[in-house]
Structure formats: structure tokens, C-alpha cells
Design a protein around this ligand. Structure first.
Ligand SMILES: C[S@@+](CC[C@H](N)C(=O)[O-])C[C@H]1O[C@@H](n2cnc3c(N)ncnc32)[C@H](O)[C@@H]1O
Length: 207
């Protein structure tokens, strides 16, 4: 397990008990996402954490692959799904990079609160594009720290060095949108619940 995976594994139990910081925004994101779901949909959620989003959407789709590189996060997610009797999620302990499915096999991909934690977000966005069927949807929610915490660029590596923080990348909302359009996505829906809040994007692969 690499250092970032160890970090998330260590805090998984605490993460699962943390209340949602903005319940209204969380519910609205679930509701917007639901408009793009259908009973035949094949879905992937990468970096699913303790599985809350996958579990919430599972009744509205055919199948969800939900992956995370932290074994503890996946263990908690599996327990939660079992408790709710959800049977159409396959949980897997995997990095985004190592996880593979055939190209153009998915209707929808979720990447929530993750792109700013990756060293290689452009690669991951390109991978999402490849995995989606034509017309498929990629939904992301991302902290764009470059819009309000430019100094974080300096603080983040120090926090990571002392193992107080995971890897965190700093970019603006505009830069993220450019990464998405450069990868070939069209922005179908864009919402930011408030200034400096995570940017919620619904991205469409051309038909
Ligand atoms: C901030 S949490 C978000 C969890 C969940 N998506 C949510 O919105 O609650 C970030 C998650 O990404 C996972 N993660 C980070 N980098 C990853 C990678 N390269 N591959 C797979 N999972 C990763 C961590 O283990 C953690 O569960």
C-alpha cells in the first residue's frame, strides 16, 4: 500500500462517521445525478470511500463497480451495503490506475471529492472518457483550491511530508473545466453550491 492509501486507510473509520458538511448541497448533487441514471445503466464509482453515493444510487441502475484503494474504506462500504440489502454493487480494492474494464462499456462514471487528490488527474479523466460509451456521463465534484487557497500549493507538500495530509493538488475551477474539455468532454451541467465550494460537473462524451 502506498503512503496515500495508508493515510486514507487510517482515517477510514473516522471518515465514515463524519457528518456531511453541507446536507442540502449533498442532496442536490444526488438529485442531479439521479436525472442521468436509468435501470439499465452500468456505472463505475472510483475512489468511492465508504460507499455512500454508490449505495444511494444503486436502486436506480443495473450495476455499480465501486472501487477505492483503501481496504478499510471498502470494508466499511461493503458492510453498509449489506446492512441496506444492496446487491448490485461490486466493491473492489483497487487504485484507479490499475482498475480496468473494456473501453466504452460504461454509461456513467462518478469521481466525487477525488480529482484534487490525484497526481495524474489528466490521465484519470482520459481513462474515464475511454471507459464511457458514446453519450456516456462523467460526474465529478472537486475542491478547486486554486480559486481561494493559492498558498496551499506550499503548505500541502509539507503536510504530506509529515504524513498529516494526503497528496493534494491545487488548481482552479477554470483549469479543471479546461482539463475536461481538452479530454473531449462537453459540460452538460455545472454547479457550485457557494463561493469556494466544490465544483460539481456533469460531463458528456459526444455520441
Ligand atoms: C476525500 S475521499 C472521497 C470519498 C468519496 N468519494 C466521498 O465523496 O465521500 C477520497 C477517497 O479517494 C481514495 N483514493 C485516493 N486516491 C486514490 C486512487 N489513486 N485510487 C483509488 N482510490 C483513491 C481514498 O482512499 C479515499 O477513500
Amino acid at each position: 500500500m502506498n503512503q496515500s492509501a495508508k493515510f486514507w486507510d487510517k482515517i477510514a473509520e473516522r471518515y465514515s462517521k463524519r457528518p456531511v458538511t453541507d446536507e442540502a448541497a449533498y442532496q442536490k448533487k444526488l438529485q442531479i445525478t439521479r436525472q442521468y441514471l436509468h435501470p439499465d445503466a452500468q456505472v463505475l464509482e472510483f475512489a468511492c470511500g465508504t460507499g455512500s453515493a454508490a449505495i444511494a444510487h444503486a436502486p436506480y441502475v443495473k450495476h455499480i463497480h465501486a472501487i477505492d484503494f483503501s481496504p478499510k474504506m471498502i470494508e466499511i462500504a461493503k458492510d453498509k451495503a449489506d446492512q441496506e440489502n444492496i446487491r448490485n454493487i461490486t466493491f473492489g480494492c483497487s487504485t484507479i490506475e490499475e482498475f480496468n474494464l473494456p473501453d466504452q462499456s460504461l454509461d456513467l462514471i462518478l469521481g466525487l471529492n477525488i480529482l484534487h487528490l490525484l497526481d495524474n488527474k489528466e490521465e484519470v479523466i482520459a481513462k474515464a472518457y475511454k471507459l464511457l460509451k458514446p453519450g456516456g456521463i462523467f460526474i465529478s465534484s472537486t475542491a478547486c483550491l486554486g480559486d481561494f487557497m493559492k498558498l496551499f500549493k506550499i503548505i500541502a507538500p509539507i503536510g504530506k511530508f509529515f504524513r498529516l495530509m494526503p497528496l493534494v493538488r491545487v488548481f482552479t475551477a477554470g483549469e479543471l473545466e479546461t482539463s475536461m474539455t481538452n479530454a473531449g468532454f462537453e459540460i452538460d451541467h455545472k454547479w457550485q453550491p457557494g463561493k469556494n465550494k466544490a465544483l460539481f460537473l456533469v460531463l458528456k462524451k459526444a455520441k
